[in-house]
Write a protein that binds this ligand. Structure first.
Ligand code: URA
Length: 474
């Protein structure tokens, strides 16, 4: 009987090398025992490993992937089974694709169980902060997997926590990452790991995702098997939360259903309409299509599309950022406080707001709900790109002789240049479609400025509007 000894770590590679030699010498599976470093020596002694033989040995990549996973299983027969499979493969290449074959079935189930255990390790290792002398923070964790998966499970942590030092201790051994490659040591006594602030965070997270009205204890046990609970800080909350669940469900029922906001029916009706793909032939058709726009996710929460308004023949197009709360509810641009400031300043500059085409770079309101309030958020680059379709169409039909860009979003949508506005304000740039674009401040910026700075900015907006009027008259 040949005894092939395998080390505690690097076992798969050692098995692969030994199996290749044994198979090349056509040693039968029954003539080999595969020994762990901790296993007792054979009572009757053992033959040494033979020299490599002449027989060719082939193993597909799929088999080696499977073998690597099976090598992390706790079954003491795993290496013998793998060697039997390797020997069978030499004459029967197809057996691994036969799900009815008992050996392939056993190996597949072992690999699946290992993959699941690795997945659980990635989800359930909980680090505790340890004292550190150096510049890097230091963490330790204790984990009890079902299989010896320490080696297979740690590359994930090395990638994710490369900026800290850590160790993961298991009954099988210890993985250490100290700023370099992961190293492995034999097992030691379970370290004494203190609770730290992150454990409170785990508990808060768990308490927040726990829905007392949807308790499915079997599903919970399957997702978070009980054997892992003792090392998870959040599971200490489970008994109390289960006890308290009926009271919380009753409180929810007593509070009654929340009523959908008035605009919800309009939003649903709009989104249910089928999009119209034909390229619009007029400004009116473009506006009708834009009303059903679902090009980006902003349409889901906004009340409606806010299309441009005013005089399309006037020669002046004024482009803002996006509708705000008032514009969203009324469906018209520049009707809120910033719009009022713009309209007043236009009046001062001698431009009738009804004798310009007022619109926005992005046609849907972007906001963050805070209780009953909707806090304005600027659209991002993606929203600007999606909405450029509508702005381009609008410009094709309006054909402005001059465009006034209010703020950085409008300047970016019109010129493609996202650089800072301060050095550009008051200048005339070229639109992506070729026309002149005068750059100015957005009125809502002026509204947000402190009282000592707002008048100067407003004077600059006025000066820019006067410039626009002169340019149009010229
Ligand atoms: N701000 C904008 O950019 N556009 C509006 O329509 C209103 C406020």
């Amino acid at each position: 009987m040949i005894r092939a000894s395998l080390p505690r770590f690097g076992r798969f590679e050692a098995w692969r090398d030994a199996a290749r030699i044994l198979a090349s010498a056509r040693i039968a599976p029954g003539d080999v025992t595969w020994g762990d470093p901790d296993a007792p020596a054979d009572l009757f002694g053992a033959d040494p490993m033979p020299a490599p033989g002449d027989a060719p040995v082939t193993a597909s990549r799929d088999f080696l992937d499977l073998a690597r996973q099976v090598a992390s299983h706790s079954d003491p027969e795993r290496f013998a089974l793998l060697y039997s499979a390797l020997m069978r493969l030499q004459n029967d290449r197809g057996f691994l694709s036969n799900p009815a074959d008992p050996l392939q079935d056993r190996l597949s189930r072992m690999a699946k169980s290992v993959r699941r255990d690795i997945h659980k390790m990635h989800a359930f290792v909980r680090f505790h902060e340890l004292p550190s002398d150096g510049p890097r923070r230091s963490f330790g964790a204790w984990f009890e997997p079902e299989h010896p998966i320490l080696e297979a499970g740690t590359p994930f942590f090395a990638k994710r926590f490369a900026d800290m030092d850590w160790l993961i201790a298991t009954p099988e051994g210890i993985a250490r990452f100290m700023g370099g490659p992961v190293s492995f040591d034999p097992p030691a006594a379970r370290p004494d790991l203190p609770d730290d602030a992150s454990h409170g965070l785990w508990q808060t997270y768990f308490a927040n995702i726990f829905n007392p009205a949807r308790i499915k204890t079997n599903a919970m046990r399957s997702e978070m098997p009980v054997k892992y609970w003792k090392n998870l800080p959040e599971t200490r909350l489970i008994p109390e939360m289960l006890n308290d669940a009926p009271r919380r469900v009753q409180a929810m029922a007593d509070a009654g259903a929340s009523i959908a906001p008035a605009r919800a029916a309009r939003v649903t009706a709009r989104i249910r309409q089928a999009p119209d793909d034909a390229v619009p032939q007029s400004l009116g058709q473009a506006g009708e299509q834009a009303a059903r726009c679902t090009r980006c996710e902003l349409c889901h929460a906004a009340t409606q599309t806010v299309w441009g308004q005013g005089d399309p023949q006037a020669g002046l197009m004024i482009v803002g950022e996006a509708p705000g709360d008032h514009e969203d509810l009324q469906g018209k641009p520049f009707v809120g406080p910033a719009g009022q400031l713009l309209r007043d300043t236009m009046g001062q500059a001698g431009i009738d707001p009804d004798r310009a085409w007022l619109t926005n770079a992005v046609k849907h309101f972007r906001f963050q709900p805070r209780g009953k309030r909707r806090l304005h958020q600027s659209p991002d680059g993606g929203h600007i790109e999606h909405c450029r379709w509508w702005l381009d169409l609008e410009r094709r039909f309006v054909q402005p002789r001059l465009t006034l860009a209010l703020g950085a979003t409008a300047a970016r949508a019109l010129t493609g240049d996202s650089s800072a506005l301060t050095p550009r304000r008051g200048g005339v740039e070229r639109a992506l479609d070729g026309g002149p674009v005068l750059i100015s401040w957005h009125p809502s910026l002026i509204l947000r400025l402190p009282p000592d700075r707002a008048p100067a900015a407003r004077a600059e907006l006025l000066a820019d509007l006067q410039t626009a009027r002169r340019m149009l008259a010229a």
